[in-house]
Design a protein around this ligand. Structure first.
Ligand SMILES: [Zn+2]
Ligand SMILES: [Zn+2]
Length: 273
């Protein structure tokens, strides 16, 4: 395993199963030398999987303590997975920001694209009259907020909307409209200089056999010399480096010669693949 860093992990501060300490120790055990726990940003509406507003300070304090407790054995960063519909004011408190789209803002309580298959199916039916390409266009349009936010360094799970697609085929990733919408979002994100994470989270959850983004996008990112990093989006200790070796091989097969690793202060270094 070439990858020595993982910045996308969750803990009991949001919908993760394990503590920040246990997640970080699991990383160290797996050969990771630099790791970050990334808090799901609090939303303006009720959810059962994002951080609560009053949990943010406790998370920041705990991560500061862990940085010194683990110093010398693991480099620790404090991260946030910022959903584009959540407030931006707190972003300055974190070492890095992963920008993600989980919801489509089509109602007061926006439906999520990746919660459960029924919800994804319903949102296409109820809000887009069954036109999955229109839902995909809306999803990819939301990704422009990731491109536009200066404090975001990393684009999270680029095509999250396809989470359930291997079993349910809600979207047609070969359709012209889908591809065009995805290409426009990808161009905005690359032009803004964001790093794109190659995220194995849906593999550990049993929904996908390949990471996000799909191979089509990986080929395009490689062709455009975009920067990528691996992440597991782990919600439990057992998954901190799930499918990393296979994903490195996939990236090589797509033409990537390197991945990047975060150094802090918005800087990345290149690591040969
Ligand atoms: Zn996410
Ligand atoms: Zn996540």
């Amino acid at each position: 395993m070439i990858t020595k860093q993982n910045l996308h992990m969750h803990s009991t501060f949001d919908d993760g199963a394990d503590s920040c300490l246990d997640m970080l120790l699991a990383c160290r055990q797996a050969g990771i030398v630099s790791a970050g726990v990334s808090l799901h940003s609090p939303m303006r509406f009720e959810t059962d999987w994002t951080a609560k507003r009053d949990g943010v300070d406790a998370f920041l304090r705990q991560m500061e303590a862990l940085k010194s407790d683990l110093s010398g054995t693991l480099q620790v960063f404090t991260g946030i997975e910022w959903d584009v519909l959540s407030p931006k004011e707190i972003l300055d408190s974190f070492d890095y920001v992963i920008g993600s789209v989980h919801f489509l803002p089509v109602s007061d309580v926006p439906p999520s694209v990746d919660n459960v298959p029924e919800e994804t199916e319903n949102l296409i039916g109820m809000y887009f009259g069954g036109d999955a390409d229109a839902a995909a266009e809306r999803y990819f349009a939301e990704l422009f907020h990731v491109a536009e936010e200066k404090r975001v360094q990393i684009c999270g799970h680029f095509d999250l909307l396809t989470k359930f697609n291997e079993r349910f085929s809600f979207f047609n990733p070969e359709s012209e409209r889908y591809i065009k919408a995805g290409q426009r979002a990808l161009t905005a994100i690359l032009d803004a200089g964001k790093v794109i994470e190659v995220n194995t989270g849906a593999i550990s959850r049993g929904w996908r056999t390949n990471p996000y983004p799909d191979r089509r996008w990986l080929l395009e990112i490689a062709r455009r010399h975009g920067r990528v990093m691996l992440s597991s989006d782990a919600h439990a200790c057992a998954n901190v480096v799930t499918a990393f070796e296979e994903t490195e091989a996939l990236l090589r097969s797509c033409g990537f010669k390197e991945i990047v690793q975060y150094m802090g202060n918005g800087e990345f270094e290149r690591v040969p693949l």
